[in-house]
Design a protein around this ligand. Structure first.
Ligand code: ZN
Length: 425
């Protein structure tokens, strides 16, 4: 009986994919226009958007998904996640996951994170490293693409790269006889840098992620400094090998000491980048690079880490608002990224990030675009994701009221379609 039911369900699902479906939208925000488009209908054929039409053009016999009381948007994109970690304010929390949980166990937890992201309305994520879980992100991506588990479209960066001794788990934290697992792949020298990039790409990395700086501190003049992790030769080798292989480089960098040399080397995105100066902001613009500010995680970890003695996070977080405003004025491209996984996937909805952007000076529409067309451009996928337009993938979400009036409504997505399939309703 179960088998017959399953077969029927499979046939019904297949039917749903192959036929034309129309989503009747109470209000449509297409992810690229400056204004909402009002009452529209999205024509979907298979996994693609075929057309956007007026309500009076809806064919009488069409299969209709009635979202006429809702605001409809493109599936959202989170450019900074870690599906293989589940919150780490303290090093104890981080170490426990790397030391007490096997990679298969962490991957099982990762499947839950993938589902949460999708149910949050994020139909695409760029997952920026596995924190010691090797290439398990490639497996999660494969399982999603093969329909084994539900989850967003994933762009993955596998292990990430840092220089020897500069990333947890620290060798001096435990008995020196032990060989502690590391949250990244360690390199020393340009040759090892090239080898790491080549290796990671061979295992399936879409992006290469580096940690450009460490040991953040506030200077007497109020600005921030840090220690660059790579030599000039090393970072140039990473960037050269990455770009030559038609991949893109994401750089964790907090202060000008990390941001400037990463951007000059060719990083496409700066992750966190919490304390940029004018030179950084101008360099973002001249290089066409993206700032992924991850304010949700800054908000989440700042106080906890300050209590444990790492006050620089709190100081940077407290100073970031005027810098965000200045970046907006200068025309820096700001893309949506939360660092989900840096905070507990179960506790905070990723869309919380929007409210920081609006509080810090963006209009709600500008904030929405950071997770739609701007994020798609960052991923080099313009026209395919992050917009409701002809030819784009049918990734569609809806909320019960108008996010342009109250951005927080995006924290409660009530409808999700990914690739033409309804996954939440
Ligand atoms: Zn991160």
């Amino acid at each position: 009986m179960k088998n017959i039911l399953f077969l029927l369900l499979t046939i019904i699902c297949f039917e749903a994919v192959s036929q034309t479906t129309i989503i009747k939208c109470g209000q449509l925000i297409d992810g690229k226009s400056e204004q909402p488009l009002g009452k529209k209908a999205i024509v979907i054929e298979g996994n693609l958007i075929k057309d956007i039409i007026d309500w009076d053009k809806i064919p009488s016999k069409a299969t209709i998904i009635d979202l006429s009381s809702k605001t409809v948007l493109p599936g959202l994109i989170d450019c900074h996640t870690h599906v293989l970690i589940q919150g780490d304010i303290t090093s104890e929390e981080y170490d426990a996951q790397l030391l007490k949980e096997s990679i298969p166990y962490r991957t099982i937890r990762g499947t839950v994170a993938c589902k949460i992201a999708l149910m949050n309305g994020f139909t695409t994520i760029r997952d920026v490293e596995t924190e010691g879980a090797m290439y398990a992100d490639v497996d999660l991506k494969k399982a999603i693409n093969n329909g084994v588990i539900p989850g967003p479209r994933m762009y993955v960066s596998t292990r990430a790269i840092n220089t020897t001794g500069h990333y947890p788990i620290g060798n001096s934290e435990y008995s020196w006889e032990l060989h502690m697992p590391k949250g990244i792949q360690e390199i020393t020298g340009a040759d090892e840098a090239r080898r790491a990039v080549r290796e990671q790409i061979s295992y399936g990395a879409d992006w290469i992620k580096i940690y450009a700086d460490r040991s953040y501190f506030k200077k007497a003049d109020g600005s921030f400094g840090s220690i660059p992790n790579f030599t000039q030769e090393e970072i140039e080798a990473v960037a050269d090998e990455t770009i030559k292989s038609k991949r893109m480089l994401a750089a964790h960098a907090m202060t000008p000491d990390g941001i400037i040399y990463a951007l000059k080397a060719g990083a496409r995105t700066i992750e966190h980048g919490s304390a940029p100066n004018d030179e950084c902001l101008d360099l973002f613009v001249s290089k066409g690079a993206y700032w992924v500010p991850t304010l949700t995680v800054m908000d989440y970890v700042a106080e906890g880490r300050a209590k444990l003695g790492a006050v620089s996070y709190l100081q940077m977080y407290q100073g970031v608002q005027p810098l965000f405003k200045k970046a907006l004025q200068k025309g820096v491209k700001i893309a949506f990224g939360t660092d989900a996984g840096g905070f507990d996937w179960q506790k905070i909805p990723q869309a919380r990030e929007f409210s920081f952007y609006v509080k810090y000076g963006m209009t709600p529409m500008q904030a929405i675009k950071t997770a739609t067309t701007v994020a798609a451009e960052l991923l080099n996928k313009s026209g395919q994701i992050g917009e409701i337009s002809k030819g784009a993938f049918a990734d569609v979400i809806a909320v019960d009221s108008d996010p342009l009036q109250k951005i927080e409504v995006l924290e409660n997505v009530t409808f999700v379609m990914k690739d033409g399939m309804v996954v939440k309703r």
